[in-house]
Design a protein around this ligand. Structure first.
Ligand code: PTJ
Length: 240
């Protein structure tokens, strides 16, 4: 079903050609995870919810793949977190951007930023660096999904707390994000929204969610699980 949504999204001009290839990579890592949401993803999602609740200017960044796979889940999370929604495209075209904006508005987003960029993410050449002052540029917490490593690293360099959803625990995105959730995006977004509702208003639990999360430990555990699913004996030294 996910694959079909992507193919339809591509035919409708929402998904980039590269988005189809990216999905294939994601499927491969999902097989290695056993196609399920693992404990580490739950811990990371709770930390992500805590970051969003503590944020003053949170933004959910949406690209072509997210718009094709789970636009409703993205808008639901944005509303629950009082976050702005910005379309941030790696392979930008005005036509694709306005189609993605329309999809998000159909799902109930009241204001979608991104069409008229007035700032740049420092260090990114060309149109992939474009963003809005009202949204990503002045945000303190940004959630990205299926994001390119350069963009994630550039956002981190800007001092933002970045929540990344990415099935590849080895990606530069996963390794540089403040919180990396290794799960399929259609599963991860509702998981964050659920966690957010659970801990909302409970400042002790919000702090605990952040204390319980350690990126290196979390990614190490995911890598060991993948190795074990492949039948490979892993050791702390090679995967720690
Ligand atoms: O719509 P655009 O122009 O912004 O382009 C979007 C893509 C995805 C093409 C662009 O951001 C890109 O090239 O991303 P990357 O560098 O290919 O990274 C995508 C990451 O997402 C890879 O590590 C994949 O393993 C992972 N991934 C793919 N499908 C999923 C996924 N992670 C979670 N859920 C998925 N369904």
């Amino acid at each position: 079903m996910l694959r079909e949504s992507l193919v339809r999204g591509f035919a409708d001009g929402i998904v980039a050609q590269q988005g189809l290839i990216a999905h294939g990579r994601g499927e491969m890592f999902y097989y290695l995870l056993g196609e399920r949401t693992i404990r580490e993803a739950r811990i990371a999602s709770r930390a992500a919810a805590a970051l969003l609740l503590k944020a003053e200017r949170p933004v959910i960044s949406v690209n072509g793949n997210v718009a094709a796979l789970c636009p409703k889940a993205a808008v639901t999370l944005a509303n629950a977190a009082s976050a702005k929604v910005e379309v941030g495209l790696f392979h930008r075209s005005d036509e694709r951007l306005s189609k993605i904006q329309a999809v998000l508005e159909r799902e109930g987003a009241t204001q979608v930023l991104g069409f008229l960029p007035d700032e740049r993410i420092p260090g990114l050449e060309g149109s992939r660096g474009l963003c809005t002052r009202e949204g990503i540029f002045t945000s303190d917490v940004v959630l990205v999904a299926l994001e390119d490593g350069d963009r994630t690293e550039a956002l981190v360099r800007m001092g933002k707390k970045v929540i990344a959803i990415d099935l590849n625990p080895f990606s530069r995105t996963a390794r540089s994000a403040t919180v990396a959730i290794i799960d399929e995006v259609t599963e991860a977004l509702p998981l964050i929204t659920g966690s957010l509702e659970e801990i909302r208003g409970d400042s002790d639990e919000i702090d605990r969610a952040l204390e319980r999360y350690n990126r290196e430990e979390n990614l190490g555990a995911v890598m060991r699980l993948m190795a074990s699913n492949l039948g490979i004996e892993s050791s702390e030294s090679s995967h720690g």
